[in-house]
Design a protein around this ligand. Structure first.
Ligand code: P6P
Length: 332
């Protein structure tokens, strides 16, 4: 069996090779990985850990919080606040930003995360995950505030997710391609299991919540309708559909075998640009997908070029196999 390379060794060697991972960023990524390991253990306990079900509270999005949403958020905050590598954090589960307390040294990075995405799947034992994005504090800065987080996705210095499924897999980019690490529970460490991940440019698999079809805009209806017509239709081939309703799991399938994922704008709430959040869901996933040779747009422009105006702003998401994303975008 090929020699197993740990996450730590991979990051150290990458740091030596291309300097894309300064020491503080390597520390940040290792701390986040350790936090994901703790979250994985909590998730895997399920009913035995008394962690299922609702926390009887709502987050800033007005969504009912699951106990594990809050646990995962606390794990990430507590793991990262003391290390001296961060100036602040932002989370789907917190209204405002979290400034590293004065009793700890301040670092130059900003960490944004959805601590447990897909939490409606927790109680039914379907894969869920953590999504994270890393930005740098603006140079001339005198103290972190919410405005420092409002940077385009193209400014990210690291992005990744950890999917808690049959395996616990950490997927990471620092701008030099995408690597995947599988949690070795016997060693208690993440081990490199794939690098230079590539998404095929074409696919026969689309992921969208079909129950919203009557609310979609015409370009999305046209694209899906053509897929449904199969071999006899304009696409000349049959398509398959998947919808796990856990973005991390749907995106991981696409990172692994291609496909197109869509959560487009729809007429249900016309003032909302989409359901998914730009800063800590769409931006990290868009960078990972592009780093693996795929594409990610909001139907009209590259997601990574969107200038954010609010921490929790939402966006329409079309991402995955490059040729399919370009086709849908051309229909808009
Ligand atoms: P729907 C999970 O709540 C999430 O934010 C994404 O992970 C997922 O892709 C989407 O919402 C599912 O939404 O409307 O199909 O339940």
């Amino acid at each position: 069996m090929a020699k197993r390379i740990s996450l730590t060794r991979y990051l150290v060697e990458q740091q030596r090779v291309d300097g894309l991972i300064p020491g503080q960023l390597r520390l940040l990524l290792e701390v986040v990985a350790r936090a994901c390991k703790s979250i994985s253990h909590a998730v895997n306990k399920g009913a035995l850990g008394g962690v299922l079900g609702s926390a009887e509270s709502e987050n800033v999005q007005g969504e009912v919080q699951k106990k594990l949403d809050i646990i995962a958020n606390e794990v990430l905050i507590e793991a990262n606040e003391w290390g001296g590598h961060l100036a602040g954090m932002a989370s789907e589960e917190m209204d405002g930003i979290y400034v590293v307390p004065n009793r700890y040294p301040q670092g130059e990075y900003l960490l944004l995360f959805d601590p447990l995405d897909g939490s409606s799947n927790i109680d039914v034992n379907v894969s869920i995950g953590t999504i994270f994005s890393v930005l740098k504090m603006p140079e001339d800065d005198r103290g972190v505030d919410a405005g420092d987080f409002l940077q385009k996705g193209s400014q990210q210095v690291a992005a990744g997710y950890c999917v808690y499924g049959p395996q616990t897999t950490l997927v990471l980019t620092v701008g030099d391609g995408v690597a995947m690490f599988t949690l070795d529970r016997e060693q208690g460490s993440f081990v490199l299991t794939q690098e230079k991940v590539r998404i095929p440019a074409d696919t026969k698999e689309f992921a969208i919540n079909m129950s919203n079809m009557r609310h979609w805009d015409e370009p999305v209806k046209r694209y899906i309708d053509e897929c449904l017509q199969g071999k006899e239709g304009p696409r000349g081939k049959d398509f398959n559909m998947r919808w796990i309703a856990s973005m991390v799991a749907d995106v991981h399938r696409i990172m692994t075998r291609g496909g197109i994922f869509m959560y487009p704008w729809d007429k249900r709430e016309p003032n909302k640009p989409g359901k998914l959040r730009l800063m800590y869901e769409a931006n990290p996933m868009a960078w990972l997908v592009e780093q693996a040779g795929g594409a990610a747009t909001n139907g009209k422009q590259r997601i990574l070029d969107i200038e954010p105006t609010q921490l929790h702003e939402r966006v329409s998401v079309i991402l995955g196999s490059k040729n399919e994303v370009e086709r849908v975008t051309s229909y808009h």
